[in-house]
Design a protein around this ligand. Structure first.
Ligand SMILES: Cc1cn([C@H]2C[C@H](O)[C@@H](COP(=O)(O)OP(=O)(O)OP(=O)(O)O)O2)c(=O)[nH]c1=O
Length: 210
């Protein structure tokens, strides 16, 4: 607790309420010091991500990010941790109004990749930060174009394990780069934490870094 106490008092500290290794990596890329604020065994964080029938992708990703943030702030209070800004994010892939979250299994990943194959889809990442009663959020909306994928390519990609834990069953930062013909928007937003928008939010709540 002493370590946290000394760090939270400095303005360059926040809680990252995410179990995504990519989000941690991206926050470290900015040089922002943080502690993880992860759900306990009593919290069903996956339940927050249920899609409402007919919900538009942008509305979905903003709503889920808000739910994640509310749960994280309650967690902070419940655990009696020293106050500091809390950052959450959610990434979803959309083709038209179809929403692609993290694949359930290899079959689900194959379905997603075959549907995304040869098309341009959106990657939407919402990010939100709360400090005391102040809350700010932002949305990153990018487009990613896949080359046409053969069933063998899809099988090979899935066998490599990359789709696990990734919205849309792919990782722009991984070997999927070999079949991404074009991106428009935010590379870091596609990966899971749009760093331009995140930096803007952190400045709004007085978090400084570097
Ligand atoms: C599209 C894409 C997603 N992703 C990842 C980022 C996220 O970790 C994941 C989207 O799932 P999310 O539900 O947004 O996040 P998460 O469950 O991994 O973590 P948490 O909810 O605790 O914050 O997909 C990539 O790593 N690369 C990509 O190219």
């Amino acid at each position: 607790m002493r370590t946290i106490l000394t760090t939270v008092s400095s303005p360059g500290f926040l809680y990252l309420a995410s179990q995504s290794p990519r989000r941690r990596q991206l926050l470290e890329q900015l040089g922002v010091r943080h502690e993880l604020l992860l759900p306990g065994p009593d919290e069903d964080s996956e339940a927050l991500e249920a899609v409402r029938p007919g919900e538009a992708p942008a509305a979905y990703v903003k709503r889920v990010t808000g739910l994640k943030l509310e749960a994280a702030v309650a967690r902070l209070v419940r655990r009696g941790l020293p106050p500091a800004p809390v950052l959450c994010s959610d990434t979803t892939v959309a083709l038209g109004r179809a929403i692609y979250g993290k694949p359930e299994d290899a079959r689900d990943a194959a379905r997603m990749l075959s549907e995304l194959s040869g098309h341009t889809h959106r990657v939407l990442t919402a990010v939100a930060v709360q400090s005391g009663r102040r809350r700010f959020d932002a949305l990153s909306d990018s487009r990613v174009t896949f080359a046409k994928l053969t069933p063998a390519q899809i099988r090979g990609y899935i066998a490599g394990g990359e789709p696990t834990g990734k919205a849309g069953a792919y990782a722009v930062q991984g070997t999927a780069a070999a079949f991404i013909t074009r991106i428009a928007g935010s590379y870091t937003g596609i990966m899971g934490l749009p760093l331009f928008e995140t930096a803007q939010l952190l400045r709004k709540v007085g978090v400084r870094w570097g």
